[in-house]
Design a protein around this ligand. Sequence first.
Ligand code: SF4
Length: 512
Amino acid sequence: MPQSAERILDHAPLFREPEYQEMFARKKATLDCGVGDAAIAEQGEHTKSWEYREKNLAREALVVNPAKACQPLGAVFAAAGFEKTLSFVHGSQGCVAYYRSHLSRHFKEPCSAVSSSMTEDAAVFGGLTNMVDGLANAYSLYGPKMIAVSTTCMAEVIGDDLHSFIQTAKDKDSVPREFDVPFAHTPAFVGSHVDGYDVMIKGVLENFWKGAERKPNGKINIIPGFDGFCVGNNRELKRLLDVMGVDYTLLSDASDQFDTPSDGQFRMFDGGTKIDDVKAALDAKATISLQYWNTRKTLDYANSLGHETASFHYPIGVRATDELLMKISELSGKAIPESLRLERGRLIDAMADSQSWLHGKKYAIYGDPDFVSAMARFVMETGGEPIHCLATNGTKHWEEELAPVLAASPFGKDAKIWAGKDLWHLRSLLFTEPVDMVIGNSYGKYLERDTGTPLLRLTFPIFDRHHHHRFPLWGYQGGLRVLTTILDKVFDKLDADTIAPGKTDYSYDLTR
Ligand code: SF4
């Protein structure tokens, strides 16, 4: 046996042992259906061609590796940003296990969410009983201050009505009548996690703001949006706002919930926007969103109540941070302090120091629409060229908004925007129009392996690297981090390409 109690092997070396190699060979012979390696290699080469790319891009009835998740995942993330709030997803258990594991694998933290555990009978007769029992159990077992309800495909297909179900559950004393149970319908077969985030934030605000009297004050509400880097980004955002002396409320702040300390105490709930602060946020002068495509309905709602609204696209880099800080300064009447001007200057200095290594570098960028827009702008600030900008959950409107931004820069003239396309499309694009780097998430590692294009993991989800989310991407400090990440990849690649002694090491330099 290749391993025993005395010699336990990790799976990586274990699967190289002869027993496993033989098993893999037998399996491959079965799966190949006898066509042979040459035919498979030939077909593989065909998938790299322009001819295949055109067929692939014409594909309509099939999605392969979409760079998005379903709506309820966004709703669960949004709910995690409020004080002692438990996500309750009305639908099947497996879906909720997926949201929990997806968020846990990224943040390396437990993620608490419960489901109403609908099965076949509920699918036929409706899930009212599951809601009534589920809310009662969730309330008494976990002691939350608020339960935020969203839905899976199953509940939406059969048309369960959350408003009436929650009322009925309260009538049956599942939870006290005055207990807060905001809800959002999150049909997973349309939209994506960013839409689920939007409707859940709106649902929470409606729960507290509907019918309440507004007495406007000078505060500003800030909605961060769905963000796998919330731990680092929200803390950096709060630092910037505190340095400016701005009176603000972050609406949904999951930075502590997904970064609890190891000190011997399990915290099912930690941090988050206080319920009282959510109520008081109705009186704010303005509500701004840091990710427009995550918050369209919420912004419309805030605007309908008299809030000034403004939105941004994931503030990475110099100009995006400038725009955010200037807007906050305008709304709050607080000046941008000298210390932040110095931070800005330091980022520009660092970009100038490294400019020769980044000028003309070509990128493929994929992820959520706000992230892709932000990264495209940032790489253009460094002299890079965003060649492929892809968002599976991007819309025609996103395309129309991003196109003039790219066209306005000489570095964006060759850029193409791919809304609604997936990572199998991106594979074709990378083979036919290669770039120097791909910016995306852990799923991009298969593109890296197939096409040989170095991958930068800068957006959710990141499963195969640890702790990246603890450091910010936003603001001038975040810009420095993104810059360093890109440069490290450039230098690592150059070192790897020039490492052969006496052959290519003429450029294996100590100083870059
Ligand atoms: S797409 Fe539907 S079935 Fe799949 S995880 Fe989302 S809610 Fe569940």
